[in-house]
Design a protein around this ligand. Structure first.
Ligand SMILES: [Zn+2]
Length: 127
């Protein structure tokens, strides 16, 4: 007798996650992989674009933990957590349009990407 509660995965495979650096099973019950193919081992999960980011970082900026990185609009999961925890010069920002830019708001520096207040050449990498 078939288990009526068994999940029907549209994708189910083993792979390497470049964010948490674990071999995991990637599964999704939804065909919209962009938001549903989550790494089960990453802190709070990671989405495919975050894994692509970390692959690119490792390929093009292998020394990224020692670089100056600005991440706009970080999330409380996956790649943002890894960048925050491993990069010694990491600057996360969010944009709060009704607050002054360059100031800390809700724990984040307030920056408008179209009019940043950072000095020129402040960062090696901008995410
Ligand atoms: Zn992961």
């Amino acid at each position: 007798m078939a288990d009526q509660n068994a999940k029907q995965y549209v994708v189910d495979y083993e792979g390497f996650c470049p964010v948490c650096e674990n071999t995991v099973r990637f599964r999704s019950t939804h065909q919209w992989f962009r938001d549903n193919l989550i790494c089960p081992a990453c802190p709070n999960g990671s989405k495919p674009r975050e894994r692509a980011l970390m692959l690119a970082m490792k390929q093009y900026c292998a020394d990224w933990p020692s670089l100056s990185i600005h991440e706009s609009s970080p999330m409380d999961r996956g790649a943002s957590i890894v960048l925050r925890n491993k990069c010694t010069n990491y600057t996360p920002t969010h944009f709060f349009p009704d607050q002054p830019t360059g100031k800390v708001v809700n724990g984040y520096r307030n920056e408008n990407l179209e009019r940043q207040t950072f000095a020129d050449e402040s960062f090696d990498v901008v995410v």
